[in-house]
Design a binder for this molecule. Sequence first.
Ligand code: GAR
Length: 189
Amino acid sequence: MKKRIVILASGNGSLAQAIIDSSHSINADVVAVISDNPSAYVLERAKKSNIPTQIIEMKADRKAWDTDLIALLRMIKADLVVSAGFMRILSPECVNEFQIINSHPALLPQYPGAHAVRDALKDGATATGTTIHWVDAGVDTGEVIAQESVEISPTDTEKSLHERIKIVERRLYVETLKKLLPTLESADA
Ligand code: GAR
């Protein structure tokens, strides 16, 4: 049976696009794309694929934003929440209620946080990579599902390195979903 997934994304959405494009081969329906950013290009990508979009802009009252997101996810009732370039920390209530995975552009536990690619370069690392992991209440601390490394060249800029990491991320995210989705219970089972 097809699994229902919802994607969370804040920006360009190239990871989201790779998942949308592979939805047939991973036997999944992308039932919604949620963004905190009304001008995120990922929303255009979703519309082109006739996927419903929802925008939950951050509020001054952070708790109210958490509550709105949880209410929306309850309504959507997906089997898995797929964070793909979503640049917000999810509340403990949210991560406890839903099964959520994330892709991070570094080999966790190295370089957690919002500037993983910059941090690897600043550190003088010769390799970094990408990690698909379960989301828990910490910042990029959840159990690792899959990882793959990417070499850093001496001429790399943050942009060039991030683009190379994202090529690997897109493939690894799709491969991981293909293996993981059949093992999950359906949310309405
Ligand atoms: C990806 O590299 C993803 O791992 C990263 O944002 C990029 C999104 O690219 N996410 C994080 O850093 C989350 N902490 P995209 O907008 O092209 O899909």
